[in-house]
Design a protein around this ligand. Structure first.
Ligand code: B12
Length: 378
C-alpha cells in the first residue's frame, strides 16, 4: 500500500512515541505458528483449565491475524510501563496487597484512549484507507507472542515479556493493512537465572516459561470465582488482588524508570494499593464499586475480594480480626463464609473456636459446614 515502507515505519514509530507509548515494535501479520503450538499444548495439559473461555478454538483464531483483519500485513505492538511509586500506608491497620498494574486506572481504558487518538493520526499520516483492528488483553491474540516477535521484549521464565525497561509493562497491538518494516527480535534471555521459579510460593511456574494457571495467585485472586483450593491458601500471604512476586524478584526489574503514562497508573490513595483488610471485609457492594471506580480490581467482584481478604487474614493470624471474621461467618455469602471459617481455624483463639462452634449449629450450606468442621479439626 505504501511504497516507501522504511520511512513510513520510522514515521509511525515517531508518531507512537509522540503519543506516549513506552515501547513500539513492528512485526508481520504472518501466523504465530510457534506460540500457537505452545499455547495449545498448555491448554491440552490443563494448565489453563480454570479459564473456561480459554479454548483451543480461540487460540487457533487468535494465531492468524488474517482471521481478524482480512487484508492484514503488519502488526504494531505497543507497551506501556505501569511502574509507579508505592504510597505510604497506615501502619496501624492490617493491610493487604494489590498487584501494581491495578493501582491506578484500568489499563484497558488507558490504552483505548491512547490508541484511538493514535489511529486517527496514523490515518492522517498514511491514508484514510488504512485499516486497523486493535486489542489489549481481551482479544484471542497472544499479546506477549506479538510483543516478542515485534522486538518489544523477550519471554522471561516467569512467562512475562521482559523489556529493557523491565517487565512492569502492559501490552496492546494494532493489526493493519500497512506494509511495515519488521523490528529485530530481541536476542536477550534469562540465562541461568531461576529466581522467579524458585520464589513462587505456590510453585505455579512449573518450568521455564510454563505457568500452571490454577496455582498462580493472580488467577486465584482475580479470575477464579469459586473457593480457593485449601492447600494453596496458606501460601498466598496477604495478596488480595493479583500478585507481583515473580516480577519483584526479577533482576531485570532492578533498574526502574517511570513510564510516560505514569499519571494514569500512579496512585496516591493507599487504600487502593495496601487496603485496610477489616474495612474491606465489611464493605458493601456499592462502596466497593465506588472505592475501586475505574480500577481493574472491580473484576474480582465484592464477594471474590472478601474471599481473598479472609485468606489474607487467615495468613496474618491477628486475634483482633476474630470479631469481623465471625461476623462475616454469619452475614456474608456462602463463598465468604467458607473462607471466613478457614481464617478462624488458622487464628484458632478460644473466641475463634467458639464462633465456629456456634455457627456449626446453624449453617445450612453443606460446603460451608464442611469448611467449619475442617477449621474446628485443623
Ligand atoms: C490468561 C492470562 C493470564 C492468566 C495466565 C497467565 C499465563 N502466564 O498464561 C493469569 C490470570 C494467571 C494471568 C496473570 C498475570 N497476567 Co495475564 N494475561 C492473560 C492473557 C489473557 C492470555 C495469556 C496467555 O495466552 N496465556 C497462555 C500461555 C500458555 O501463554 P504464555 O504465558 O504467553 O506462554 C508463552 C511462553 O510460555 C513462551 N514460551 C514457551 N516455551 C518457553 C520456554 C522458555 C524457556 C521461555 C522463557 C518461554 C517459553 O511461549 C508461550 C506462547 O507465546 C494475556 C492477554 C492476551 N490476550 O494475550 C494477559 C497478559 C499476559 N497478562 C498480563 C499481566 C500484566 C499479568 C500479571 C502480571 C498480573 C498480575 N500482576 O497479577 C500476571 C502475571 C502472572 C504470570 N507470571 O504470567 C500482561 C503481561 C504483560 C507482560 N509484560 O508480559 C498481558 C499480556 C495483558 C496485557 N495486554 O498487558 N494472566
Amino acid at each position: 500500500m505504501i511504497a516507501d515502507s522504511n520511512t513510513t515505519t520510522e514515521k509511525i514509530q515517531d508518531l507512537a512515541n509522540s503519543h506516549g507509548f513506552d515501547m513500539v515494535g513492528f512485526t508481520s501479520a504472518d501466523p504465530f505458528e510457534n506460540s500457537k503450538d505452545f499455547i495449545v499444548q498448555r491448554v491440552d495439559e490443563g494448565l489453563l483449565s480454570g479459564l473456561s473461555w480459554f479454548t483451543k478454538e480461540r487460540v487457533e483464531r487468535g494465531s492468524n491475524p488474517k482471521n481478524i483483519l482480512k487484508d492484514a500485513k503488519s502488526i504494531i505492538s505497543l507497551g506501556l510501563s505501569y511502574y509507579t511509586i508505592k504510597p505510604k500506608h497506615n501502619t496501624d491497620t492490617i493491610n493487604g496487597k494489590i498487584a501494581m498494574y491495578a493501582w491506578g486506572d484500568d489499563y484497558h481504558r488507558i490504552f483505548e484512549r491512547k490508541i484511538k487518538d493514535f489511529i486517527a493520526d496514523l490515518k492522517q499520516l498514511t491514508s484514510e484507507e488504512t485499516n486497523t483492528y486493535w486489542y489489549t488483553d481481551t482479544g484471542p491474540m497472544s499479546d506477549r507472542a506479538v510483543a516478542q516477535r515485534a522486538g518489544v521484549g523477550w519471554f522471561g521464565k516467569n512467562t512475562n515479556i521482559l523489556t529493557d525497561k523491565g517487565s512492569w509493562v502492559v501490552l496492546a497491538q494494532i493489526i493493519t493493512n500497512l506494509d511495515l518494516e519488521e523490528s529485530p527480535v530481541s536476542k536477550k534471555h534469562c540465562g541461568t537465572c531461576t529466581m522467579c521459579i524458585d520464589v513462587c510460593p505456590t510453585n505455579a511456574i512449573i518450568g521455564a516459561g510454563i505457568l500452571d494457571n490454577n496455582k498462580c495467585i493472580s488467577y486465584l485472586t482475580i479470575e477464579n470465582k469459586g473457593p480457593i483450593p485449601m492447600e494453596l491458601r496458606s501460601k498466598m500471604g496477604n495478596w488480595i488482588f493479583g500478585c507481583d512476586i515473580c516480577q519483584d524478584v526479577c533482576p531485570v526489574n532492578r533498574k526502574q524508570a517511570l513510564g510516560n503514562a505514569y499519571n494514569d497508573f500512579s496512585q496516591k490513595d493507599s487504600e487502593r494499593v495496601s487496603p485496610d483488610l477489616i474495612s474491606l471485609l465489611k464493605i458493601s457492594e456499592d462502596s466497593f464499586r465506588k472505592r475501586f471506580a475505574k480500577s481493574p480490581v472491580l473484576r474480582a467482584k465484592v464477594d471474590g475480594m472478601k474471599r481473598n481478604v479472609c485468606v489474607a487474614l487467615g495468613n496474618i493470624k491477628n486475634p483482633s480480626t476474630v470479631e469481623p471474621l465471625s461476623e462475616a461467618l454469619i452475614k456474608d455469602s456462602a463463598l465468604v463464609r467458607g473462607h471466613a471459617a478457614w481464617a478462624l481455624g488458622q487464628i484458632k483463639t478460644d473466641s475463634a473456636i467458639q464462633s465456629l462452634a456456634s455457627r456449626k449449629k446453624l449453617e445450612k450450606d453443606p460446603w460451608v459446614l464442611k469448611e467449619i468442621e475442617l477449621a474446628l479439626n485443623s
